[in-house]
Write a protein that binds this ligand. Structure first.
Ligand code: ADP
Ligand code: ZN
Ligand code: ZN
Length: 742
């Protein structure tokens, strides 16, 4: 006698699956047992019920005492398309994460919790018989007439299609429905979407004619359809990358395939979304952090059912099911928001490569400043590069000028030449962007008499002064009231050191009282679409924008002619091996904001370190020259992308507990690395911020000449770290391919 045993992955930080028996009435023929694989089930776990996924069904001749029975089967067929399932299995191995945990990250919360897939039926609108006959008598070119014409043309339309036709469609439609000229029906199928939608002449008329570079790029992408390929689309902001994406998505849709577009968190603006919705003949689904759970699970299900054809989303959208996937696009490929920085620390670019390989499709990665990983991929032949050399719309080249502020007066952080340049731009009726990547009034509150500084009690970090009285830790959120006198010497000489965006805003508003000064940083943009509202408020009038890197990309700012970079010196001092790359990318991105068709763009860079080698290379040779020299430096120093890193991070409020885990983990890693001669286990070190939120933080770096070699070591490690008794008492994580060593 054999009994089928179900291996179930549960969303727990444990590297194991759990065995369960089938419910009594289960059909036991082998084929129907296999149909359980990939289905969600509800199972008893301790005193709770949990939702897991059946990974495997195996036969046992004996059943373990105490084994429990599955309470309920949730899905009648596998939840995930086979490719996504395979990708997830691969990723769990590569990232050394428990399968249940990886599944939990990949699924929308509703599905994780065991909800059934939502009903996707939506309202469709079509002309009634009366509508068909009366359409010609509606007043030509009126809103109702245009809507009726649109419906006549597409047969029927849903809210998305109507919105693409006319943003203010609702009242018009209501009128037509009241007059019984339009009927509605509920349905999910969208047979009319697809090729036929291309017959819409209005849509084709909106298309730009691609310039020769863009046309070459498009041809390159199309030639790669149905094969696995990594394509780097390199071109400055405004060179027409998005236009190439739109045409490539079109080509993908015409082949009956789905497209997935990933954008960085701050790149998914209403403006971007409108552009895709306006130019594509199918509904565009979205997945981002601003959605509620219902919206998320609907978008997910739409893609899973094949009804959704195009999905735009941020990092986690890379786990969307793509049963008919044809193309994955990663905009701003170098952006660090593609790397998840807690829990399972995946990189969406790498996940995209895994999925594309399994789907046998191309990944198109666009950037003005490709990551060194991408550029090295091109050098080694793993990726292909496509260049957009000219700007899509003519633009004057940007002039960059370094202001050596050593010895200069810097009231509120701004030099005299910078203020003069802002003044001139305003007088020409243009806009200036003052960039500073620190929010708050001042990064430090200092006692001029004794040297005391406001420090967070729980972190190795200074408290940022906000307004005149609030001290806030940007690392743990701790807040306190600024002391009226120095807590150390009692003196009254407390001075804010340095300038954050808040201080710049105040100083600029005082200096230029006749123009609007708009601040854009995390504080002023708590509400959704806040950035857009701020920018709409400014419009095309002369004015000043002050902000953090939220302003580095995304919105189109046609009147902006001057960018002042207040200080980037912290970045030049950083010890992280990727700091230079980040800084170069940021400088290029921010500088790219200056100047459009009609205006000369100027960039002023204030620095105390004008001779830092990064600046001349970048300013004279551009990003390419910088990247070449940086790649050489990385190669010489044996740093990624010329080797592979994994970082074991661990933290605890108790130093002794932390030390115990570290000793055990180190012994374990050393033992395993003995069999992997090319891998190195480095000596444990405190994290660059050695204490955060009251916890001590340390790390152990593992390095290997290649990802494969590193995987060899990690693979042999298996679940050993998870089963260390001391591992339960600390917070630890293994960061594969860390993007910083913090
Ligand atoms: P990127 O994504 O590289 O920043 P975009 O695709 O947004 O560039 O193009 C910048 C601007 O140029 C947009 O306003 C876009 O509509 C316009 N544009 C792009 N390609 C063309 C083209 N071939 N003909 C005319 N305008 C174009
Ligand atoms: Zn003091
Ligand atoms: Zn803190």
């Amino acid at each position: 006698m054999t009994y089928p045993v179900f291996r179930v992955a549960l969303p727990l930080p444990l590297a194991q699956t759990f065995d369960y028996l089938a419910p009594v009435d289960t059909c036991l023929d082998p084929e129907s047992l296999q149909r359980w694989v990939g289905c969600r089930v509800q199972v008893p776990f301790g005193r709770q019920h949990k939702v897991g996924m059946v990974i495997e069904v195996v036969n046992h001749s004996e059943i373990k005492p105490g084994i429990k029975v599955i309470l309920q089967r949730i899905d009648t067929q596998a939840l995930l398309p086979i490719e996504l399932w395979q990708s997830i299995l691969w990723l769990a191995r590569y990232y050394q994460r428990p399968l249940g945990d990886v599944l939990a990250t990949a699924l929308p919360q509703r599905l994780r919790e065991g909800d059934a897939l939502p009903d996707l039926a939506v309202a469709w609108f079509r002309l009634s018989e009366a509508g068909v006959t009366q359409r010609p008598s509606l007043r030509a070119n009126s809103r109702p007439r245009r809507l009726a014409d649109f419906l006549a043309q597409c047969g029927r339309a849903d809210a998305d299609m109507l919105a693409a036709h006319d943003a203010a469609w609702r009242p018009t439609l209501r009128v037509l429905m009241q007059r019984n000229l339009v009927h509605s029906e509920r349905d999910t199928a969208r047979p009319e979407l697809g090729l036929q939608a291309y017959a819409d002449p209005a849509l084709l008329a909106r298309r730009s004619q691609l310039n020769p570079d863009q046309a070459d790029a498009l041809r390159f992408v199309v030639d790669c359809f149905d094969t696995f390929a990594g394509l780097i689309l390199e071109g400055v902001t405004g060179s027409g990358k998005t236009e190439v994406y739109l045409h490539a998505i079109d080509a993908c849709l015409q082949r009956g395939q789905q497209a997935l577009v990933l954008v960085p968190e701050i790149g998914l603006t209403p403006q971007t979304l409108r552009r895709f919705r306006h130019h594509l003949p199918v509904p565009v689904h979205v997945l981002h952090s601003g959605l509620n759970e219902t919206e998320r699970v609907r978008a997910w299900t739409a893609m899973a059912s094949g009804e959704g054809r195009v999905l735009i989303g941020t990092r986690s959208a890379i786990f969307a099911p793509l049963p008919q996937g044809g193309l994955i696009i990663l905009d701003e490929e170098h952006d660090t928001s593609y790397k998840q920085q807690e829990g399972w620390r995946y990189h969406a670019r790498d996940v995209a490569m895994v999925r594309a390989r399994n789907l046998k499709i191309p990944v198109l990665m666009g950037s003005a400043t490709p990551s060194l990983e991408a550029l090295q991929g091109v050098r080694s032949g793993r990726f292909s590069a496509i260049h957009l050399r000219q700007r899509a719309i003519a633009k004057h080249p940007t002039r960059v000028q370094v202001i050596d502020v050593r010895g200069m007066a810097l009231p509120n952080g701004l030099s005299l030449p910078a203020l003069q340049a802002i003044d001139q731009a305003l007088q020409r009726g243009e806009q200036a962007l003052v960039f500073r990547n620190r929010r708050g009034f001042a990064p430090v509150l200092l006692c001029h008499d004794c040297g005391w500084r406001g420090q967070c009690q729980r972190c190795d970090a200074a408290l940022t002064l906000h307004g005149s009285k609030k001290l806030i830790c940007h690392h743990c959120g701790h807040r306190e009231t600024a002391p009226p006198a120095c807590p150390s010497c009692g003196g009254l000489a407390l001075v804010p050191q340095g300038a954050g965006t808040e201080r710049l805003e105040l100083a600029l508003a005082e200096r230029f009282p006749d123009v609007p000064v708009v601040r854009i940083d995390r504080e002023t943009t708590q509400h959704r679409d806040a950035v857009e509202k701020h920018l709409a408020g400014l419009g095309n009038q002369a004015g000043i924008l002050v902000g953090t890197q939220m302003l580095a990309k995304g919105h189109d700012l046609p009147r902006l002619s001057l960018v002042v970079i207040v200080s980037i010196d912290e970045g030049l001092f950083s010890t992280d091996f990727r700091a230079a790359e980040r800084l170069a990318q940021l400088l290029i991105q921010v500088s790219g904001r200056a100047g459009r068709a009609c205006t000369q763009g100027d960039v002023l860079l204030q620095t105390h370190l004008p001779e830092h080698p990064l600046l001349p290379t970048l300013l004279k040779g551009g990003y390419r020259a910088f990247a070449e020299s940086e790649l050489q430096a990385r190669q010489a120093a044996g740093l990624p992308p010329f080797c592979a890193f994994a970082l074991l991070r661990h933290e605890s409020a108790e130093q002794a507990t932390l030390q115990r885990f570290e000793t055990d983990a180190l012994a374990l890693l050393r033992r395993h690395s003995a069999g992997h001669g090319s891998c190195r286990v480095h000596a444990p070190l405190p994290a660059p911020m050695a204490r955060r939120q009251g916890r001590w933080r340390r790390q152990i770096l593992l390095s290997a000449p290649s990802r494969a070699a590193l995987q060899g070591l990690l693979g042999s490690l298996g679940t050993a770290l998870y089963t260390l008794p001391s591992a339960r008492k600390v917070r630890w994580s293994l960061d594969i391919d860390p993007i910083d060593l913090y």
